[in-house]
Design a protein around this ligand. Structure first.
Ligand code: FE
Ligand code: CA
Length: 485
């Protein structure tokens, strides 16, 4: 059964052929531009030997390419894994376009993309989907096929696009079972994931806004890895990330430092989305022995940071100057307290905001003076909906922001016991469910946001159906979130 919106060509669900076997993608939209992506692959030695391959691209106002509005040629270079990042400028705001590439006598699948409305526009509605965590071995990507069928304006992917290791549990296997470390290994891992036709369908349906989390490099990095080990590996991982994402040319990394990935997107005056990078600039996590007591001096050290000073100042400014009705803060993990246990025995999740209470306090300060703040996240492979309250330690205090956390696309979730313990220990969380894989669909309107937690029935089956697990309503100017079904 095809569940794709009109204009996303059915051929996308057939195995794409070389040199376009990794599909196409778009992202990083503005009111007048968007980035188009593909990467040439080939078993032909001809490609491997070739340093530069020309790739043609065209962008049209219609699905049949009768009205091509822009075309050009890009160079796919061996040094960058023959990836192509074309930033098409001069487009009309707030409209859909179709694009495709051609090279070596082959045409790529067709992708659909769009521009943002102008900053002065007053849009009535935005549909966006967010999710994270797609361990290839955890299951099939039915969630992405269903995301494409939702016809979202864009998808926000919050990290763990690939995983560097294998776990015991597997529905399908990476071709390589060892932990990846080198540039070639990271590239092959992306090629494995991006070969999936449902993931390709998700990318072809609309532009994606992408962030990363830890597994694009290594579980829970930086941790306490020696820098002489971490930095070369991080450089390889960051390069492979850029090579495989619809990111602009100017974000091409330079050594172990990725250029600024955090950014904001305005959808007219309806919503400002601040996309954070909570991974690259953070202070190392505290170890288990360092965090068992929450009053710990180390834990509350105000110099410990989640965003880094520059990004923190940038976020405060973006939120402080926003005139949007809604302000979405898209970050990688869970901001709310999410550990388990009572009082002194409360166990901190040291990789989440729980492990950075001073930084979280500064984020809360920014949210307090922001209009209609909504925090979205991932990482925990389970759905969570709740409120960030005035005093995070006292759920009876008034809500400051709504927090919505998506489950994973395919990565294995926590046990029912763990989820039950977290719910019992954190009453500010209105809802928690770790049993299902899926995504969150947001319909953002001027007066309210409807949020639907969408789950796939069976992650072990490529043609699984999907259903709505629960829905929530967030009214503008009335803090708090209400479950509606
Ligand atoms: Fe994950
Ligand atoms: Ca993660």
């Amino acid at each position: 059964m095809l569940l794709l919106p009109a204009g996303v060509h059915a051929q996308i669900l057939a195995p794409s052929v070389a040199p376009f076997s990794l599909g196409v993608a778009s992202g990083w939209p503005s009111a007048t531009s968007v980035v188009l992506w593909t990467r040439l692959t080939s078993a032909l030695t001809e490609l491997h030997a070739s340093d530069r391959m020309p790739v043609g691209w065209e962008l049209a106002a219609d699905a049949d390419f009768k009205a091509v509005v822009a075309r050009g040629e890009a160079m796919a270079e061996r040094e960058w894994a023959h990836s192509v990042h074309v930033e098409v400028a001069g487009l009309d705001p707030d409209r859909w376009y179709w694009y495709r590439f051609h090279a070596q006598g082959q045409r790529s699948p067709v992708g659909r993309t769009r521009t943002l409305p102008e900053a002065t526009a007053r849009p009535a509605h935005l549909r966006m989907v967010f999710t994270s965590c797609q361990h290839y071995e955890g299951g099939w990507y039915g969630a992405h096929r269903h995301i494409a069928a939702e016809e979202p304006d864009f998808v926000i992917f919050l990290g763990d696009y690939i995983y560097e290791t294998s776990y015991r549990h597997a529905v399908r296997r990476h071709p390589e079972r060892t932990e990846i470390q080198t540039l070639d290994e990271y590239r092959r891992r992306y090629a494995c994931y991006k070969g999936d036709p449902d993931l390709q369908a998700g990318h072809a349906a609309c532009p994606w806004l992408v962030a990363w989390d830890d597994h694009e490099v290594r579980n829970n990095y930086p941790g306490h890895l020696p820098l002489e080990y971490l930095l070369p590996r991080r450089a390889a991982a960051y390069q492979a990330f850029w090579e495989h994402m619809p990111l602009p040319e100017r974000l091409r990394p330079d050594g172990p430092t990725m250029r600024r990935l955090y950014t904001h997107f305005d959808f007219g005056d309806l919503v400002r989305i601040c996309m954070l990078d909570t991974r690259q600039y953070r202070s190392p996590q505290l170890t288990a022995s360092q965090v068992h007591a929450e009053s710990d001096r180390l834990l509350n050290d105000p110099t410990r940071t989640m965003l880094g000073e520059a990004q923190e100042a940038w976020l405060h400014a973006r939120l402080g100057t926003s005139s949007a009705i809604w302000n979405v803060v898209a970050q990688q993990t869970i901001v709310s307290r999410s550990g388990a246990g009572k009082h002194a025995s409360y166990r901190i999740a040291s990789d989440r905001w729980d492990g950075y209470p001073a930084a979280r306090g500064r984020l809360m300060d920014a949210l307090r003076s922001t209009a209609n703040p909504v925090v979205i996240g991932g990482d925990v492979h389970s759905f969570w909906v709740g409120e960030l309250t005035e005093d995070l330690y006292d759920p009876r205090t008034p809500p400051v922001a709504t927090e919505l956390v998506s489950s994973s696309v395919s990565s294995v979730g926590p046990s029912a016991r763990t989820v039950a313990r977290r719910i019992a220990s954190n009453p500010q969380m209105r809802y928690g469910n770790g049993a299902w894989r899926g995504y969150v669909r947001l319909d953002i309107r001027r007066e309210h946001i409807d949020a639907a937690l969408r789950a796939v029935y069976d992650v072990t089956s490529p043609d699984t159906g999907a259903f709505t697990l629960a829905t929530f309503l967030n009214m503008a100017d009335i803090p708090g979130v209400v479950r509606t079904s």
